[in-house]
Design a protein around this ligand. Structure first.
Ligand SMILES: Nc1ncnc2c1ncn2[C@@H]1O[C@H](COP(=O)(O)OP(=O)(O)OP(=O)(O)O)[C@@H](O)[C@H]1O
Ligand SMILES: [Mg+2]
Length: 398
């Protein structure tokens, strides 16, 4: 191994900062979940009948991202499995619908978990469902199915399978099934038909955002074993908690800030994590977020961003919507795109404003009425990173 790599690995292995950085990873489930005692108790109460061979009610869990829904669910399922009677056939199945986002894939995963054979593709969904029902009946027990990020499934494939699953217990004699649905999309219920809403939501649990002091407790608990003693400078945890609470009380964001701040300190060869490292981590996360948002924008929104950028670059740091539209049209022309109407572009500008990519402000032009001026609110570096992958656009960027 080259000497420099050797030294690098040595340094990382001998971290002055971390005792166990794994504890800060997003998928690590801690034994204790402060400030979720109510949700844990409620979910445990709802699921407890499973321990006596009864069917628990279906449950619907919702709350914004990073509010502990997945962590709480896994925590309670684990506890239930530990307490199950040996004579009771209790199966728990966890499916993340963002990964398995079609009816077929969800059903195939369910079959797989109870050892029923189905091919990767090729059968009719109804046939896979039938095989699952048959296999489930043979188990003669209780099955708890968690469908996490369930909105991804419904948006892509509708709620047919969900309807069937939430009703399947009426068709089974020897096995009982309960469904736990989880979402962070608070508008999700709009996508559900009333019949699914009522069968899935036999019980509902809400996960409110964490407050800054709550996030502090969570971070302190996780930091205790993740960092070496006395590595965190005074105020570091408080700042991570405050920044994450400002967004919407997202524990994942708070943990990311703390972990990345630690990694930056380590990269710099320091033996303390300072406020400054947290600020740097914040900028890093924010930049990544912006780049991700840019990459996933629809093509015409990207062209609008590009138009504003080109105007800014040409000295127009505050362009009017009319000027943006002019530039947008000439870009469309160059890229051979069919242009949208000015009104539609105006809508796109509003959307970009809400996403924090640009800043749009209405100003009065005296007796000439009012107009909107827009400017870019992201760095050129992020913009290039977010748009340059698009070969089409990178030519226009030059
Ligand atoms: N009360 C808590 N105590 C300790 N860690 C927590 C707590 N709540 C959440 N976390 C941690 O924060 C991160 C995000 O939590 P979790 O994955 O449960 O969020 P979620 O509500 O499922 O979010 P999403 O809707 O984005 O899936 C995880 O690393 C989790 O371990
Ligand atoms: Mg989750």
């Amino acid at each position: 191994m080259s000497k420099s790599l050797d030294e690098l690995f040595d340094r990382i292995l001998r971290s002055k900062i971390f005792k166990n950085r794994e504890l800060l990873r997003p998928d690590y489930i801690p034994d204790e979940l402060p400030h979720r005692e109510n949700q844990i108790l409620s979910l445990a109460k709802i699921l407890a009948p499973a321990l006596q061979g009864e069917r628990p009610s279906n449950v619907f869990l919702y709350g914004l991202t990073g509010t502990g829904k997945t962590a709480v669910t896994r925590h309670v399922l684990k506890a239930i499995k530990e307490r199950r009677r040996p004579d009771l056939n209790l199966t728990t199945i966890y499916i993340n619908c963002r990964h398995d986002d079609t009816n077929y894939r969800v059903l195939a995963r369910l079959c797989e978990e109870i050892n029923v054979n189905v091919p990767f593709t090729g059968l009719a969904t109804a046939e896979v469902f039938r095989r699952f029902r048959e296999g489930a009946e043979k188990l003669q027990g209780i099955i708890i199915v968690v469908l996490d990020e369930i909105d991804a499934l419904v948006k892509k494939s509708g709620d047919d399978v969900l309807y069937k699953l939430t009703r399947i217990h009426t068709e089974l004699k020897k096995t009982k099934i309960c469904i736990i649905g989880i979402t962070n999309d608070l508008k999700f219920t709009d996508y559900l038909s009333a019949r699914v809403r009522s069968t899935l939501g036999e019980e509902e649990l809400v996960f409110p955002p964490y407050t800054a002091p709550e996030l502090e407790d969570i971070l302190k608990m996780r930091a205790r074993d993740a960092f070496k003693p006395r590595v965190l400078e005074e105020g570091v945890i408080k700042l991570c908690a405050a920044l994450a609470a400002k967004e919407h009380g997202d524990a994942r964001r708070a943990l990311d800030l703390l972990r990345i701040a630690g990694e930056i300190a380590e990269r710099e060869g320091m033996d303390k994590v300072t406020i400054n490292h947290v600020k740097k981590a914040h900028r890093e996360i924010e930049r990544d977020r912006v780049v991700e948002v840019l990459k996933t924008l629809p093509l015409h929104s990207k062209v609008v961003v590009l138009s504003i950028y080109l105007l800014n670059k040409a000295g127009k740091t505050k362009a009017t919507t009319g000027e943006v539209y002019g530039m947008y049209r000439s870009l469309c022309n160059r890229l051979r795109l069919d242009e949208l109407t000015q009104r539609r572009v105006s809508d796109l500008i509003n959307e970009l404003d809400m996403l924090g990519i640009i800043n749009a402000k209405v100003i009065s032009k005296g007796r000439y009425g009012r107009t909107k001026i827009v400017k870019l609110s992201i760095s050129e570096k992020s913009l290039r990173e977010g748009l340059l992958e698009d070969e089409f656009l990178s030519r226009a960027l030059g």
